[in-house]
Design a protein around this ligand. Structure first.
Ligand SMILES: [Zn+2]
Length: 112
């Protein structure tokens, strides 16, 4: 999904209900230009609305074909999204983590 589509989806979910799917707290919808996060120094506010997959990468539902709800996304505050992400990574076997990071960064030469 490209960024523009993601934003439209987020906005649609947010207009539907601005509450976080997980903690039920109200979120804020901020669309900030990406330039502001150069170097990753910028910390988003905890109540910022984000898109979150309803199933984590640990759940088999996530791998069902598109249209079978496995790719369903919900509105989540930044805080819940980040917490779920951390928990997911803690539970994930190291082999899986390695595989996932390899997929996104490509194996560097000389790395086992
Ligand atoms: Zn939340």
């Amino acid at each position: 999904m490209n960024t523009a589509r993601k934003r439209r989806r987020l906005l649609r979910l947010w207009e539907d209900s601005p509450l976080c799917h997980w903690c039920k707290e109200a979120t804020v919808c901020v669309f900030r230009p990406f330039e502001k996060n150069k170097g990753g120094k910028f910390r988003p506010r905890p109540d910022e609305a984000t898109l979150d997959h309803i199933h984590t990468r640990l759940e088999p539902e996530r791998y069902l074909p598109v249209g079978k709800n496995g790719h369903e996304v919900v509105l989540s505050c930044w805080q819940c999204n980040a917490t779920r992400n951390q928990e997911e990574q803690r539970e994930m076997p190291i082999e899986v983590l390695r595989m996932l990071s390899r997929r996104s960064t490509r194996t560097r030469i000389g790395e086992a």
